[in-house]
Design a protein around this ligand. Structure first.
Ligand code: SF4
Length: 210
């Protein structure tokens, strides 16, 4: 059932795994923090600033002054909190560098969640796109679309939504990466805040259709 929805989206949009636009795993992780509560266009501006300052590496970013980092990421908003989170992220990466990553996924996830400023969506994005780990990312777009489709209760929680998706899908990193990308594309193209249902590839499945 869920795979059918994936197929419909996949036929409609051109999304290829890994999908997340980044030139390195570190850039991906930085983007995952910066994208909290802002548009991707603002993240791109901040990433360009960081690239121009040669700060897109854990050691150089960690060594950077708070003010420098804050100015660079200012376009994304919440720049003081985000710069502190980025410094903590860098410290974590440098601390665990070279470690055997062969620990249970739940343990690795818990380690990321213990970093202040990193919630479930950010942690799961880092694990799925930065570390190629099989975990499904739930974001506001996923909740919006699957509530409208009648698949999620209005009060669904992150963990419930994630478990529901993962129970129905093969445990494949590329599939999870691609599906999340398709959800984002669909939320931007059709299932916006004000939905544009005409031509929606999920129309026949939708409880909400406008
Ligand atoms: S039919 Fe409309 S509300 Fe339903 S998934 Fe498509 S765009 Fe969203």
């Amino acid at each position: 059932m869920l795979l059918q929805l994936f197929d419909r989206l996949n036929e409609h949009y051109d999304v290829q795994a890994p999908w997340w636009p980044a030139q390195s795993a570190f850039e991906m992780m930085v983007g995952a923090v910066l994208t909290q509560n802002t548009r991707w266009e603002n993240v791109q501006m901040a990433l360009n600033n960081l690239r121009n300052l040669a700060l897109l590496a854990p050691a150089t970013m960690l060594a950077s002054e708070n003010e420098t980092l804050q100015m660079a990421i200012r376009p994304t908003g919440f720049f003081k909190q985000k710069s502190a989170t980025l410094h903590r992220l860098c410290a974590h990466l440098l601390h665990t560098e070279g470690e055997n990553f062969d620990r249970p996924l739940a343990q690795k996830r818990q380690e990321w969640l213990s970093i202040k400023g990193i919630g479930p969506e950010t942690a799961d994005s880092i694990l799925l796109y930065g570390y190629q780990q099989p975990i499904f990312v739930i974001d506001a777009y996923t909740l919006r679309i699957f509530k409208r489709l009648g698949r999620f209760e209005p009060s669904v929680r992150y963990a419930q939504a994630q478990a529901w998706m993962m129970q129905q899908l093969p445990n494949e990193v590329a599939l999870f990466q691609c599906f999340h990308g398709l959800i984002v594309e669909h939320a931007k193209a059709h299932c916006r805040k004000q939905p544009c249902c005409q031509g929606c590839p999920l129309q026949s499945e939708c409880a909400y259709v406008d």
